[in-house]
Design a protein around this ligand. Structure first.
Ligand code: ADP
Length: 189
């Protein structure tokens, strides 16, 4: 099964993706984590991405599609994958559909984690404190949230049209969100 975890920054996508990885053996594919790994390694790609990320803007489709492609084609996700933070544009969504269909697979469910802005801001301030991510400043966060509202308005209808968009209330404890997520997967799988 291939799942997309969709939601605003701070919605808990990474946390839930890790739980799904542990419980179902799915592979978490997070473009944000991949980009941060490139930055940590000091690669050319990482250098290019860092400036854009720190401003809260989107990295180019070419870069993120290339990163995802290399994982998908390596067979790292034969048991299924949880896409976290990808796709964020229609071009990315279409590229993903194509690379999966080449392998005879498809996206089964798109979970939309819904969280209100005030709660997101509180969570990000907390995360900035704990993790020290350089794009978790209030200024960059507001740009990211704005970007999210814009790209969600494109990408969510794309999956709505395929009948696979499923909303989940992200304003609950980690355990309760996880239970709701399981219920959605069991019902639709
Ligand atoms: P969050 O969802 O909390 O903003 P992510 O780790 O998913 O955090 O993303 C951090 C940053 O990485 C984004 O603001 C963006 O600059 C870049 N990024 C991650 N995934 C993508 C993507 N699919 N397309 C474009 N840029 C991306």
């Amino acid at each position: 099964m291939n799942i997309i975890l969709f939601g605003p920054p701070g919605a808990g996508k990474g946390t839930q993706a890790k739980i799904l990885e542990r419980e179902y053996g799915f592979k978490q594919l997070s473009t944000g984590d991949m980009l941060r790994a490139q930055i940590a390694e000091g690669t050319e790609l990482g250098l290019q991405a860092k400036t854009v990320m720190d401003q809260g803007r989107l990295v180019s489709d070419e870069i993120v599609i290339g990163m995802i492609r290399s994982y998908v084609e390596s067979g790292a996700c034969v048991k299924g994958a949880v896409f976290d933070g990808f796709p964020r544009t229609i071009a990315q969504a279409e590229a993903l559909d194509l690379m999966l269909s080449d392998l005879g697979r498809t996206i089964d469910i798109v979970v939309e984690l819904q969280v209100e802005d005030e709660q997101l801001i509180a969570r990000i301030q907390n995360r900035a404190h704990e993790e020290g991510r350089s794009d978790d400043t209030l200024k960059a966060f507001k740009v990211r949230l704005d970007a999210y509202r814009n790209y969600a308005a494109d990408v969510l209808p794309y999956y709505q049209g395929k009948g696979i968009r499923r909303p989940v209330n992200g304003m609950q404890s980690v355990e309760c969100v996880s239970e709701d997520l399981h219920a959605v997967l069991e019902r639709d799988a």
